[in-house]
Design a protein around this ligand. Sequence first.
Ligand SMILES: *[C@@H]1O[C@H](CO)[C@@H](O)[C@H](O)[C@H]1NC(C)=O
Ligand SMILES: *[C@@H]1O[C@H](CO)[C@@H](O)[C@H](O)[C@H]1NC(C)=O
Ligand SMILES: *[C@@H]1O[C@H](CO)[C@@H](O)[C@H](O)[C@H]1NC(C)=O
Ligand SMILES: *[C@@H]1O[C@H](CO)[C@@H](O)[C@H](O)[C@H]1NC(C)=O
Ligand SMILES: *[C@@H]1O[C@H](CO)[C@@H](O)[C@H](O)[C@H]1NC(C)=O
Length: 211
Amino acid sequence: MKAVELQLYLTMFAVLSLCSNAAGYTPYSFVPPRLPKPDFQFTFYMQSRVGSPTNSTVYAVTLPIGRVDDLTLTNQTWLLQSNTSFFGTIGVFENPLTLEAPSNSTQVGFGRGMFVFDNNFGSDEPVTSVGSNGVEWLWTGIFNDESGLGNSTLCFKGWNLELDSVTGTAELTLCGGTGLFKLARGYVQISAVVGATSASLRHDVSVFIKA
Ligand SMILES: *[C@@H]1O[C@H](CO)[C@@H](O)[C@H](O)[C@H]1NC(C)=O
Ligand SMILES: *[C@@H]1O[C@H](CO)[C@@H](O)[C@H](O)[C@H]1NC(C)=O
Ligand SMILES: *[C@@H]1O[C@H](CO)[C@@H](O)[C@H](O)[C@H]1NC(C)=O
Ligand SMILES: *[C@@H]1O[C@H](CO)[C@@H](O)[C@H](O)[C@H]1NC(C)=O
Ligand SMILES: *[C@@H]1O[C@H](CO)[C@@H](O)[C@H](O)[C@H]1NC(C)=O
């Protein structure tokens, strides 16, 4: 951008800011329409193992920006700490999806993808809970023949700060799919069943398909 263009841009920005200030604070008042009944609802559990150097299903592939000096990717036990900012960390995972909460229950597929800690508390300031790190999710659920959804996939996307303190759930968006889930949209409600070194996340999926 040339200097003169930048100047123009900044001026426009200043004017727009003034306009919106002049209008005062106007909260949105949106009443969402009643949702139609989902075409399909189902539940699965995502299993993950974190922190073991050789036997994890989740690995950090970048270090938190504030901790590049004192953490390593070889020893990822820090991923289990609950009160440090992980801002900048990207994790890649291949987590089994199961029918029930125990990790040895029938496997219905894999969740494969990544998450990014993208809530910046600044350097390595301690935060109040692991959830307050805020995580951006981008992953695909790949369902096996055992699931009855043979080889269909669903794409999950979204951001969550932490599970809602009242409902204990968080939501992600369904951004389409393949196989039985062609043209799918929808959402998933996530709630946690957390153990000491493993965690299972319950996923209640609501799928809407409209051609
Ligand atoms: C890896 O973890 C699983 C589940 O906790 C366990 O059954 C298996 O024995 C572990 N394998 C190794 C090599 O530690
Ligand atoms: C990994 O890091 C933790 C905490 O920093 C330390 O206690 C542990 O000994 C380390 N493990 C290895 C194998 O280096
Ligand atoms: C938080 O982290 C500090 C140092 O990083 C540690 O001493 C403390 O025990 C931690 N607190 C909790 C509740 O994990
Ligand atoms: C799963 O593990 C539990 C306890 O480790 C055991 O009681 C149960 O029989 C196992 N279930 C299956 C289907 O293997
Ligand atoms: C899913 O893929 C596997 C491996 O390619 C194949 O054997 C199986 O028949 C497929 N299932 C369906 C329902 O298409």
